[in-house]
Design a protein around this ligand. Structure first.
Ligand SMILES: C[S@@+](CC[C@H](N)C(=O)[O-])C[C@H]1O[C@@H](n2cnc3c(N)ncnc32)[C@H](O)[C@@H]1O
Length: 404
């Protein structure tokens, strides 16, 4: 594969990879994963790895890696705040080890890491420049990751929480740019979700409840696709919910401008960590619960799935679009930013299917859904097959049915 100065393959070489991915994807997904998108994905992967190297240097992790150490040892030697840092530092060490930049071995209490040679001084700037030339629509992802990288040392030292860093009011524009159908690197989750929703929608007149709808880009993609598809289902009501009032207000403005055709579009706050009934969603009252990149931040996923099951009509469907971890232990780039957030990195763990915070594997999702009493669990696409040709593919939808 021919590569540019950033080490990322050029468009012609990527066409071959994209063609191999296309052969293992269901037909409706193929247009999403075109060579241009694939190149942006690989560029951003490289950008985040370079940011992680910079964070290791700025947080003084690199010198303490001259001898073997488990994550806790590395955190302690670098005098970082242990409770907050363990997940993020563990992620960076595993991410860099997966790229051959650190060495890792199994230790008694988990993996141990060492820098066999100095980390390369790779400048993220040229990757950003290449993305700007290739497809500037992806730049909001770069801005968000660069902001996180800049703030990481203060976070790791315990001086600022991730919530303070990422949700300061002045940072709202970061999110409006990032959670957008104009940002291809995020929009792919909305489009995979919309395709799954269309494919798995029960027939007839239906009511949909969306959880954690954020700024509304997932809802817009879904409702636009359903309207264009026609089909055997009619969306009679769409209840958009979100935890953060500022996100909800913006989503409401955005969606009402675009989706006046949906008969009953309503907006409300809903915290998926609290009983849905006391927040106005009755038992067996909706045909579909939909969520894009939200359920993995449920504090107690078993509780939230039980609430979802309760509000679904018998035979009703849960459809979620999620970043999934291709295999247990693998690191994927969205975690670099979201590991800053306690809700992301530290949910309640469950033996068997929730061994860590952050994203779940398709197998862990299947176990979580089946344990919660759902049937007919589906995953789109078959991540295990896609991974054989593209190891960092992480966009997937999951579906499950409340038994009748
Ligand atoms: C990845 S974002 C979803 C973005 C959305 N799909 C969009 O297009 O803007 C996850 C959302 O979950 C919300 N969230 C976090 N905790 C929540 C909770 N306990 N209940 C409901 N929503 C929550 C966040 O505020 C955020 O908007």
């Amino acid at each position: 594969m021919s590569e540019s100065a950033t080490g990322v393959a050029d468009l012609d070489a990527i066409a071959d990879v994209a063609a191999r991915v296309a052969r293992v994807l269901p037909a409706p997904l193929v247009p999403l994963f075109h060579p241009g998108f694939t190149r942006s994905h690989l560029l951003f992967d490289e950008y985040v790895a370079r940011l992680a190297i910079q964070v290791c240097a700025r947080a003084k992790l690199e010198p303490v890696l001259s001898v073997w150490g488990a994550v806790e040892d590395v955190v302690a030697r670098a005098a970082l705040e242990p409770r907050r840092s363990a997940v993020a530092v563990g992620w960076m060490l595993r991410h860099l080890a997966a790229r051959g930049l650190l060495v890792a071995e199994d230790g008694p209490g988990g993996p141990r890491f060492r820098a066999a040679r100095p980390l390369p001084a790779l400048d993220p700037g040229p990757v950003l420049d290449e993305q700007r030339r290739h497809d500037p629509a992806c730049l909001p992802s770069y801005t968000l990751a660069e902001t996180a990288a800049r703030e990481y040392p203060a976070f790791l030292r315990g001086e600022r929480s991730g919530e303070e860093i990422l949700f300061a009011p002045a940072r709202l524009p970061l999110w409006t740019g990032y959670f957008s159908n104009d940002n291809p690197l995020y929009a792919v989750n909305n489009r995979v979700g919309a395709i799954a929703l269309e494919a798995w929608l029960p027939a007839g007149e239906i009511r949909i409840l969306e959880l954690g709808g954020g700024l509304g880009s997932g809802a817009a993609a879904a409702l636009e696709r359903l309207a264009a598809a026609g089909g055997a289902s009619t969306v009679r009501a769409y209840r958009f919910t979100e935890l953060v009032p500022a996100f909800l207000r913006r989503a409401q403005r955005h969606l009402l401008d675009r989706l006046a055709g949906v008969t009953d579009l309503s907006f409300a706050t809903l915290d998926m960590n609290r009983p849905f009934g006391e927040q106005g969603v009755g038992e067996a009252s909706v045909a579909v619960v939909y969520a894009v990149n939200t359920l993995h931040v449920a504090h107690d996923l078993a509780f939230t799935l039980a609430e979802v099951r309760r509000v679904l009509e018998p035979g009703g469907r849960l459809v979620v679009s999620e970043c999934v971890r291709p295999v247990a232990g693998q690191t994927i780039y969205p975690e670099f930013v979201f590991n800053l957030l306690e809700t992301f990195r530290a949910p309640r763990l469950e033996p068997g299917w929730r061994p860590n915070g952050g994203f779940l594997t398709p197998g862990q999702w299947t176990a979580a859904l089946e344990t919660a009493g759902f049937a007919d669990v589906r995953v789109l696409p078959d991540i295990a097959r896609v991974r054989e040709v593209f190891p960092t593919f992480y966009a997937a939808a999951l579906g499950a049915t409340r038994p009748a």
